[in-house]
Design a binder for this molecule. Structure first.
Ligand SMILES: [Zn+2]
Length: 303
């Protein structure tokens, strides 16, 4: 990723996603107004930081990106696998019970919050569509990254092999030892769970979350994946880490939105052009997934 600094705000950008018509940034904890332990650009509303600080931090992020608050859609993240397609910028909306957002509408800005879980940016250059996913181990276990690919396929006709994925700063294997329950969950969720789990001792596994998300995306047919290679636990000077800071910390933001793209902006955007079942690319992975997960929701009501 490329690092940029401007007016005290430090942001990172995927090199393969610096393309016309896509604005994206992974913010750090630098450049905000929150005090320790939330210092300083905390966007988490549920971490005991003062609400006025959180609002001011959002204001700085929006100003940095040239956004109005009314353009931003965000989620109440629950470590689940629900993905919402959003097409209207209807005013600082919070979509409940959702960990992935996708849109094809220029000007609708997607924002999510992180502290060890992984930001995943998905961009479809063919249909000029974007997605933003929050994926920790529970998200991997429930296939949230794969569901986001499916959601873009269902809503916009996205072909997985055409997607460009950016996997942002997240807790790395250097800082992440988990229990048997996580290893077992990866056994269900991934084609090759042993590639992301290293036995450390009795009931202890060293887990590579970014590799797990990458494996899941690859299994869903995504071929171009950029890995940030930055561990939040090793870099608490720039990022928040729930683990490294014993749960007393803030959340950093990842934001993405589309701008109209040249001559294509006037074209009608096809929605639901193909059914998922029509695409053999997505079929093999389904068998790896336990049944019973909630279906992808086309849009969602605001709270
Ligand atoms: Zn680390």
């Amino acid at each position: 990723m490329l690092r940029q600094e401007s007016n005290g705000l430090v942001t990172y950008h995927f090199e393969t996603l610096r393309v016309e018509g896509l604005v994206h940034a992974v913010f750090t904890r630098l450049g905000g107004c929150s005090p320790v332990p939330f210092a300083s650009l905390n966007v988490g509303r549920l971490v005991d930081d003062d609400e006025s600080n959180v609002l001011e931090n959002h204001r700085r992020i929006y100003a940095h990106l040239g956004l109005q608050p009314g353009q931003v859609v965000t989620t109440r993240q629950v470590h689940g696998n629900r993905v919402a397609a959003v097409d209207t910028p209807d005013g600082a909306r919070i979509v409940p019970n959702t960990d992935g957002l996708v849109t094809v509408t220029p000007g609708v800005a997607l924002l999510q919050r992180f502290a060890d879980c992984q930001p995943i940016l998905l961009y479809d250059p063919e249909h000029h569509a974007v997605g933003l996913v929050h994926a920790g181990w529970r998200g991997v276990a429930q296939g949230v990254a794969r569901r986001a690919v499916e959601a873009m396929h269902q809503a916009f006709g996205t072909r997985p092999k055409g997607l460009v994925a950016g996997l942002g700063p997240a807790i790395g294997p250097c800082c992440y030892v988990v229990g048997d329950e996580v290893a077992a969950a990866m056994g269900y969720a991934l084609p090759d769970w042993k590639a992301v789990m290293q036995l450390e001792g009795e009931g202890q596994w060293r887990f590579d979350l970014p590799a797990a998300n990458a494996q899941q995306l690859a299994a869903a047919g995504v071929r171009r994946i950029e890995m940030a290679g930055m561990c939040t636990g090793c870099n608490v000077d720039e990022f928040y880490s729930h683990r490294a800071e014993q749960g007393k910390t803030g959340r950093f933001a990842a934001v993405a939105y589309l701008q109209p793209r040249g001559a294509e902006q006037a074209e009608a955007v096809p929605t639901k052009t193909r059914k998922q079942a029509d695409d053999p690319e997505l079929a093999p992975f389904d068998s790896l997934h336990p049944a019973g997960f909630p279906a992808f929701d086309q849009g969602a009501d605001s709270q």
